[in-house]
Design a protein around this ligand. Structure first.
Ligand SMILES: [Zn+2]
Length: 140
């Protein structure tokens, strides 16, 4: 169960940074969980609208390997032309990758919480702290 907490912590921390989209492999690497387990917990975060799942088509041309398109629908058939190297590519499951996006709603909530927490820290001066405590606060 702590695996889920680790993934949830990762999402919360990422939401407070400029990170906007990420691959499940980054989370698995940082949390030392298996990719399958990580993916399961990330999908739970999709269910409660902290994340959105997208599918990225990556150019299989080894000299290119760029992201060609990102869509909420998993398209695994048809052809696509890479706008970077110009190659026409047949879409197969091995060039389609899951990518997660932190929802703007969740990002806003986390940054708001962060600001509030800072305000509390700043409003508590040493003198204010001393008034609340029955013993002398040592000087730093
Ligand atoms: Zn390409």
């Amino acid at each position: 169960m702590t695996g889920k907490w680790d993934v949830d912590d990762w999402i919360t921390e990422a939401a407070a940074t400029p990170i906007y989209r990420f691959y499940p492999t980054s989370v698995a690497k940082d949390t030392s969980l298996s990719l399958e387990e990580t993916f399961t917990y990330l999908l739970e975060a999709v269910k409660d609208n902290r994340l959105k799942l997208y599918w990225e088509i990556r150019c299989p041309n080894l000299e290119c390997v760029r992201s060609i398109s990102v869509s909420p629908d998993k398209i695994i058939s048809g052809n696509v032309t890479c706008s970077i190297c110009g190659e026409e590519i047949k879409i197969t499951p091995d060039i389609v990758f899951p990518i997660f996006e932190i929802t703007p709603e969740y990002k806003a909530r986390i940054s708001q919480k962060k600001t509030k927490k800072n305000r509390v820290v700043f409003s508590m001066s040493r003198a204010a702290l001393q008034r609340r405590l029955p013993f002398r606060v040592p000087c730093q």
